[in-house]
Ligand binder design. Structure first.
Ligand code: F1P
Length: 339
């Protein structure tokens, strides 16, 4: 249970940076892989709730260019292992320019957590497999708590809205459990597409990073080529790839972009693509159009990535198992990328 009246609950040493965070003119998030996707969700949350401009950077790119970093910038590193060399190098660079550096890491005492000025541990427990899964939801949870707390302190969120989201956040574990009960259905979907050579993942708004994460999980553990795109970008290129062989995973939950996503589904169907849609429970409209629908419990718009990611991760898991891949130790990947 969260008692956010105390402020900064669950955010570790980050609470000591309240002044800098509430006054920040810009926040830069640096990360790699799945953690970079969590940062993208963070960008939506922070900009929407706190109105602080956020830039999300691949640490592996940021470290090698000559980025503009100011002394009043706050750089947040996100890393499951806390050992990723690119993220560490990006932090060193930011620190050398005088920025405040904060961390969101899972592994206590890890290198990144030691170099940051302050941080919050996600305490998601050990990731047994190489590919990040629960770390993602834990990172997004910390970013949600941060965004909500900063917004409340800055007054960019009204109290009733703050309470509504916090109440919903408390319900997320039960809703995740309900999604896990759908394991059989997810296994059936995996069986239907296990021999695909390619897959597309589409989402809008804060579902776009979820699309990226769905595609990354499929690539990492089942070795199927997959791409994540903002659904509105489909017409700028990827639409050329769609035919009856192409599974298209679409995050089509209720929210401001729902109708637009429905149009994207129609565009895919017109080209005979197969639609696997993640929808809000009870959505009959998409059910009539899609080849498969995964229903998830309704929640606050800001929190949907915490739910929609889970079925995509599980489908990748089942596909990998069916293809005989080693889910915990995918080829060519390391738990901590230290070079
Ligand atoms: C980043 C990352 C993971 C990915 C794989 C390789 O790790 O790209 O997202 O699943 O394990 O490393 P981290 O900085 O979050 O530990």
């Amino acid at each position: 249970r969260l008692n956010l009246d105390e402020g900064w609950v669950g955010l570790g040493g980050i609470k000591d940076y309240e002044k800098q965070l509430t006054k920040a003119k810009r926040i830069i998030m640096v990360a790699c892989g799945t953690s970079w996707h969590a940062a993208l969700v963070g960008e939506y949350l922070f900009e929407d709730l706190t109105r602080i401009p956020v830039e999300v950077e691949y640490a592996s790119e940021f470290r090698y260019r000559n980025p503009i970093i100011n002394e009043d910038d706050i750089v947040i590193a996100i890393s499951q292992s806390g050992e990723t060399a690119d993220t560490l190098a990006a932090l060193d660079l930011a620190k050398s320019k005088g920025a405040t550096i904060l961390g969101i890491c899972n592994v206590v005492g890890s290198s990144i957590s030691r170099v940051t000025d302050a941080g919050s541990y996600t305490h998601a427990g050990p990731e047994i497999g190489v590919a990040s899964t629960k770390a993602f939801t834990a990172q997004v949870t910390v970013l949600t708590l941060m965004a909500l707390t900063i917004a409340r302190k800055k007054g960019t969120i009204i109290e009733s809205e703050f309470r509504k989201i916090i109440t919903e956040l408390d319900l997320i574990p039960n809703k995740v459990a309900k999604i896990l009960e759908k394991a059989d259905q997810l296994e059936e979907i995996a069986a239907a597409y296990k021999d695909a050579s390619n897959a597309l993942y589409l989402g809008r708004g804060n579902s776009f990073p979820v699309a990226l994460e769905g595609a990354l999980k499929l690539k990492e553990i089942s070795y199927i080529h997959a791409e994540g795109y903002p659904a509105a970008e489909m017409k700028h290129g990827p639409i050329a790839l769609i035919d009856e062989e192409m599974p298209v995973f679409v995050i089509a939950t209720q929210g401001p972009s729902y109708e637009k996503v429905v149009s994207n589904i129609q565009e895919v169907k017109a080209r005979k693509g197969k639609i696997i849609a993640v929808i809000t429970e009870g959505d009959e409209q998409v059910k009539e159009m899609a080849d498969h629908c995964i229903e998830i419990p309704d929640t606050d718009e800001n929190l949907t990535p915490l739910l929609t990611t889970i079925p995509l991760q599980l489908i990748s898991y089942y596909v990998a198992v069916m293809r005989g891949a080693n889910v915990d130790q995918p080829r060519n990947l390391a738990k901590s990328v230290t070079v």
